[in-house]
Structures are given as structure tokens and as C-alpha cells.
Design a binder for this molecule. Structure first.
Ligand code: ADA
Length: 599
């Protein structure tokens, strides 16, 4: 399954491509044909090939092969890949059919006209760096190789639901749901259908598009705004999910469908606050890389759940998917558990000068939003982590990427994480200002964290020219490294003691500051990095060691300090403490009543 729930009741789907495929890497090939004639290994899908003996460091091309049977008569084969790292080229019976770049966004391959088969599917996968890859490059995390997220095989009718988008909006006491359905026609002739919307928040159908006609090869985009009453809002405390489905009906019969889960919630920025359903929220949690020593980036759902449970135990309500779109199953779990998410498109200090940067970041950003926009847990869209936002010549690019986020989804605030603090030139382009602040690690001391923050906030809000005056602020990264097991009473850098002290002080400051709307520790778990780089290549163990848990999720000393600080903040801001505070503070209405009474 690509998701944690069934997405189709009418469309035929199969998980048979999850399993063993034939496999060969370029150096192990024995022929020079366009596609390999012989395969010397077997590989599991999904998996990262670095988990196989001898391929721990392999970077280059490899081929995966499987035999499949064709779809039923009158149906096209549709393959949905939720992640191939980083470039996938699909061949069916030796014929090239599709290509996709970037490990972190889903993509689909549609093949009409296949008979019952059998047919050969070959996926050429490439994880090499160079001119062809602007977003995957040597970095402070690792680009793995393989079909690293689940893939699904589907049989689709000529008219099928390609995408279903639903955006909730609050209007007084009711909700509006803006629905967009894309119906595609792969057939050779124009065709007509009705499209019915059903939801579990209503007894029967909630909408119907009649006599929709779609030209051959074209896609029709259907739009409706539904008024919805009597639903429970989605929130971290009560992550209520509903189901929305679109079905294609022809001659009175349903021929295709797509089901998604939605939540009714609204995110807004008001002055220096982020509001969820009209109430200020404070985000506390982690930056997380999809990385695990046993699985690489191909993390099984069980391990995703462990990560989320650890974050829950730590008292967090927030995760930033640094620095790329995450597996849809992870986002599904966040939806279900009520974890708030900042999802960002793929970029970390990526040079804008790379010849393919513009095209690849725009595509990645649009794909992220096309596939992930229904997740209620996603409350912030981001991109361009620590990119060149301090350079005048970069402003247009930052504006273009953030503009795309805004254009495709005006319902969520946008941001990027900057390392440039007072030198940043793009703070005017965001809804939320996000600073990566490594005070106490790359310079400074834990004790100077508070002073640095105060000074930065005073500068930011001092006048309009800074771009961020009066906007909410998130400290999007902070922390320091500790090598698991390196315990020393001297408590110097790289020791567990130092990291614990640093995080304790940082959280004391950030979680209690009324002008900080969010704090995300760098990072949840230690992660593998690309070796050899002048800067990150010097990191001990060729890992980024700033995890609160190590790569095996073993807690470091800081775990307890973080847990205590986060839980205190939870009690203060969103638990019983918050309710008690509210009670203690007279409402505006009561205050004015009292004033009048006094007068
Ligand atoms: C940056 C960056 C992270 C990581 C971190 C660090 O802020 O966004 O990806 O590299 O620094 O550990 O230095």
C-alpha cells in the first residue's frame, strides 16, 4: 500500500510489485546492451541498495526487473511509484515509457494497450551526482539508491480519477470544502461520465458533476465548493479524519474511484501568531531525516511509527520534514496522531547556479503539493533551506519558489529556514520567519542563546525594511552534536553532557518566549551524510551526530532534558495548564464589563 488506508474500492490495485525484483548494478553487468540481459542479484522493493553487501557505498546506475501480467481488457496499466532515488526510467517490454527525477515525490506511469501478458518491467535507477541533478548532491544527508518507497500496480478505466484535492475553509460556524477533481481520459475517443463525490460526514453523495466530457488524451478539472455542517475539527488534541471519495460513473455504473482522508482545520497567520482553527498554536518538535542504518531512506512503517512514538514521548507536537517531501505513509501517521507538519520541497543549500536548479525545484515543489495537499497535518509549506537568500541576485528565485507554494495553495502559510539572520534579503516573501540558530555550537555558548534571540527579534521587528516585522517566528533549527556513548564530566562539545546542556538551555529560552511560535531541534536522529565534502565530510563517523537519539534510536543524555522541557511547555501551552491560564485571564468581554462596572 502506498498509504495507510485503501485508496480505491472500485479500481483494481495490487501490491504484488512489493517484493523481490531481479537486480544488477552497472559495474556488475556482463553485457553492453541498452537494458541488461542478465541480472546477478535480487533486491527487495522498497529498499535502498546500500543495505546490500558490497553496495554500501554504491553510487551510479542499476536496473531492477520484474515480470507482470497485463490488466483486464479495456483497462490501462498504471504504476504509481511513491519514491525512486533519485532518477527512475521505466521500460515495458524493452520500450522506454517514463522518467522521473527526485527521490522524494511520487509519480505515475500510464500504459494503455497492454494485453494479458506476461510483460517485463525494467526500472533503471540512477543516484549519481552531476549536471543532471541539481537537488540531489553531496550533502549533509545521504542520497540512497533504489526504489525506496512503495510502488503500486493499478488497472484503470479509460476515464479515471487522477487526483482529488480538498481544501477546508471555515466560514462562521460551518466549513466550506473546496474540491477539485481531475478526470483523465487515456482512451482514443472522447468520453462522457458523471463524477460523484461521497463522504463519510454525510449520509449520501455530497456532490455530483453531470455529463462531464473529456477529450481523448485530455484531463478535465472539476471544481465545487461544498458547505459542510456538523463535522468535528481536526486538531492535535483531536485529530478527527473524514473520508472523501470521487467516483466516475458511466451508464449508471461506477468504473473508477479515488478515496482520500481529510481533516477540517484552518491555519492562519495573525500578527506574530500562528492560528489553528482560530487559536494560537506553538510548535515544538524536531527536524527529521528519513534515515536509518538498517534501511537507509526506505523506512518501513513500523520504524516510522517508532519515530513518531518517541517524538510523542518527548512531548512534541511538530515535525519538519527536513529537507524534502516525506513518504505519504509518514504523513498519514501524522494525520492520525495529530502531529503538526512543516513539509518542504527538496533543497538544502542548493546552488541556484546549477543549470537544472530552477526547473527541478519548481517541479519538485509542484509535485509535493499535488500529491500531499490533502494532509491536514501539514500546516506549513516550506522550501529552500539555507539557500542563497542573502544575495540580491537570488531574490527572484526565492520569490518564484515561494510564489509557487502560495499560488498552488493559498490556504497555508509559507516559509523557508534561513541561516543568514540579519543578512537575509527575502524575509519579506514569507508568512512566517524561520531562523536556523546554532548559538552554542557554531560559535557562542549555551548561555548566550537568550541574548542572541532577543537581539535578533529586536532587529527583525524594528522596522519594515527587514521584511519580517510583526510576523510569527520559528526557530527552525538549533542544537549540537553528541557522539552516542561519549560521556565526559568536562562536558565539552561532542559529549552527551554538552548536548544535553545546550538543548536544555535552548528549549528553556525558545519554548518560553512569547514571540517564538515554534522550535524545532536539529535533529531527531543521527543520520548518514555524503563523505568527502570539505565541510560535512569532516563530521565524525561520516554522520550528522546532532540527533537526540542516535541512528538506532537509542536515547542520548539530552533525551531526558528535552522531554522535561517539551512536556512542561505542552502543559503550559496546550494541556490543562492552557485551559487554567485562560480561566485565570479574564476574556476581553469580561474585562470591558468590569471596566464599565467600575465606571
Ligand atoms: C544546517 C542545515 C542542516 C544541517 C545543520 C548542521 O542548518 O539546515 O541540514 O546541515 O545545519 O548540522 O550543521
Amino acid at each position: 500500500m502506498l498509504r495507510t488506508f485503501p485508496e480505491h474500492f472500485i479500481r483494481q490495485t495490487s501490491d504484488e510489485l512489493l517484493g523481490l525484483w531481479d537486480f544488477v548494478t552497472e559495474p556488475e553487468r556482463t553485457d553492453r546492451a541498452r537494458l541488461p540481459r542478465a541480472y546477478n542479484r535480487r533486491i527487495l522493493v522498497p529498499s535502498a541498495w546500500e543495505t546490500m553487501p558490497g553496495l554500501e557505498n554504491y553510487r551510479g546506475k542499476a536496473w531492477l526487473r520484474r515480470e507482470i501480467f497485463g490488466p483486464a481488457a479495456g483497462r490501462a496499466l498504471r504504476l504509481v511509484f511513491s519514491g525512486v532515488s533519485h532518477t527512475g526510467r521505466v521500460h515495458i517490454n524493452g520500450r522506454f515509457v517514463a522518467e522521473h527525477y527526485d527521490a522524494f515525490t511520487p509519480w505515475e506511469v500510464l500504459v494503455p494497450g497492454l494485453d494479458a501478458g506476461p510483460h517485463e518491467v525494467v526500472v533503471e535507477v540512477d543516484n549519481s551526482f552531476g549536471e543532471h541533478s541539481a537537488l540531489h548532491l553531496e550533502n549533509d544527508y545521504y542520497t540512497y539508491g533504489g526504489i525506496t518507497r512503495p510502488v503500486q500496480m493499478q488497472e484503470v478505466a479509460p476515464l479515471f480519477v487522477e487526483r482529488l484535492h480538498a481544501t477546508p475553509r471555515r466560514k462562521g460556524s460551518q466549513w466550506l470544502l473546496e474540491v477539485v477533481v481531475r478526470v483523465r481520459n487515456w482512451g482514443k475517443a472522447g468520453a462522457e461520465c458523471d463524477v460523484e463525490l461521497r463522504a463519510d460526514f454525510a449520509g449520501g453523495p455530497v456532490g455530483r458533476f453531470e455529463k462531464v466530457s473529456v477529450e481523448p488524451g485530455a484531463t478535465a478539472e472539476l471544481r465545487a465548493t461544498l458547505g459542510v455542517r456538523g463535522v468535528e475539527a481536526w486538531s492535535p488534541q483531536s485529530p478527527r479524519l473524514y473520508t472523501l471519495a470521487a467516483a466516475v460513473i458511466q451508464d449508471g455504473q461506477p468504473v473508477d474511484d479515488l478515496v482520500d482522508r481529510i481533516g477540517f482545520r484552518e491555519v492562519k497567520v495573525r500578527g506574530k501568531k500562528i492560528l489553528l482553527n482560530g487559536k494560537p498554536i506553538r510548535l515544538r518538535g524536531y527536524n527529521r531525516h528519513e534515515d536509518h542504518p538498517q534501511f537507509g531512506c526506505a523506512i518501513p512503517i513500523e520504524a516510522m511509527m517508532t519515530d513518531l512514538q518517541l517524538m510523542r514521548d518527548l512531548g512534541c507536537n511538530f515535525v519538519r520534514t527536513s529537507h524534502y517531501p516525506n513518504d505519504m505513509r509518514f504523513l498519514d501517521l501524522c494525520d492520525e496522531l495529530g502531529i503538526l507538519v512543516w513539509e518542504e520541497s527538496h533543497s538544502r543549500s542548493t546552488p541556484f547556479t546549477h543549470p537544472r536548479f530552477h526547473e527541478q525545484i519548481m517541479t519538485n515543489t509542484a509535485e509535493m503539493m499535488d500529491w500531499h495537499r490533502n494532509h491536514p497535518s501539514i500546516v506549513i509549506w516550506g522550501s529552500l533551506n539555507e539557500c542563497e537568500s542573502q544575495q540580491p541576485e537570488s531574490v527572484d528565485t526565492v520569490a518564484a519558489v515561494l510564489g509557487l507554494l502560495k499560488e498552488l495553495d493559498p490556504s497555508r502559510p509559507v516559509t523557508f529556514a534561513t541561516m543568514y539572520a540579519k543578512r537575509d534579503l527575502c524575509l519579506g516573501l514569507v508568512d512566517i520567519v524561520s531562523f536556523n540558530l546554532y548559538e552554542g555550537w557554531y560559535g557562542g555558548q549555551p548561555e548566550t542563546i537568550g541574548v542572541r534571540l532577543k537581539e535578533l527579534l529586536a532587529w527583525l521587528h524594528s522596522d519594515e525594511s527587514k521584511g519580517g516585522k510583526g510576523k510569527p517566528v520559528i526557530v527552525s533549527e538549533f542544537g549540537g552534536a553528541a557522539l552516542y556513548g561519549n560521556r565526559q564530566p568536562r562536558a565539552t562539545q561532542w559529549s552527551e553532557e554538552y548536548q544535553a546542556r545546550l538543548l536544555d538551555e535552548a528549549l528553556r529560552v525558545y519554548l518560553n518566549h512569547t514571540e517564538v511560535s515554534g522550535a524545532a531541534i536539529w535533529q531527531f536522529c543521527d543520520c548518514r551524510i555524503t563523505p568527502g565534502h570539505a565541510h560535512w565530510g569532516t563530521r565524525p563517523r561520516t554522520m550528522n551526530n546532532k540527533g537526540t537519539v542516535d541512528e538506532y534510536r537509542r536515547p542520548k543524555l539530552a533525551y531526558e532534558a528535552v522531554r522535561r522541557r517539551m512536556r512542561e511547555a505542552a502543559a503550559k501551552w496546550d494541556g490543562k495548564g492552557a485551559a487554567a491560564r485562560k480561566k485565570a485571564q479574564p476574556s476581553e468581554a469580561k474585562k470591558s464589563k468590569r471596566k464599565h462596572a467600575k465606571a
